[in-house]
Write a protein that binds this ligand. Sequence first.
Ligand code: DX5
Ligand code: ZN
Length: 227
Amino acid sequence: MTKIKIAPSILSADFGTLRDEVSRLEAGGADYLHIDVMDGVFVPNISVGLPIVEAVRKITALPLDVHLMITRPENLLSAFIQAGADLLTIHSEATPNLHRALSAIRQAGKKAGIALNPGTPASGLDELLGEVDLVLVMTVNPGFGSQGLIPFTLEKVKKIRGLIDSSPARPELEVDGGIKLENVELLGRAGADVIVSGSGILTQSDYGRTISELRAKAQRARFPGNR
Ligand code: DX5
Ligand code: ZN
């Protein structure tokens, strides 16, 4: 049985006390640390870049799940790998050279993820499932934390769960955007393996407890028979 993973997004962290935030998340049982990189072009916002990935790499042993919301990610893959990323997720909408970029990540010995915006159909995934370690389904339009989950994306998560289950490849299915204690069951039921949550965790006083509750709720919803 798959064990659901929780990936807190540091987009909602207090960057003035980032070391403390990261250690609270790590001590709280996070499985991955999700880092949102935005370039102001692919998405209408700018967040963090290489220096933060590098700094975080030095203060945690958690796998760094780097979500690149940038155009032409292929130009910066080696820089992010050098900075310490373990898993690099690029958007299918961000480059015409998707397969080449995904292969470059794997050739460098890192895990490759492909992300789909809410409006991007699941159909393009068929050919690439064997080439990736993770599929990220955006449940909000990328660019900002604290947005509301877009309901139609749940059907897409289910559909992609089906695609993955009927393929010999077994990439993890990650979901990102607007996920919190109140709605995490919906994502578990839809078949997610990895739950990203930013404001859903970092606005709570007890990160560890929130992470455990998110995981338990998603796990029960995903595998209702196994209690
Ligand atoms: C949105 C980012 C998300 C964001 C999620 O563009 O990709 O990872 O941090 O934040 P919440 O969980 O607050 O919606
Ligand atoms: Zn993200």
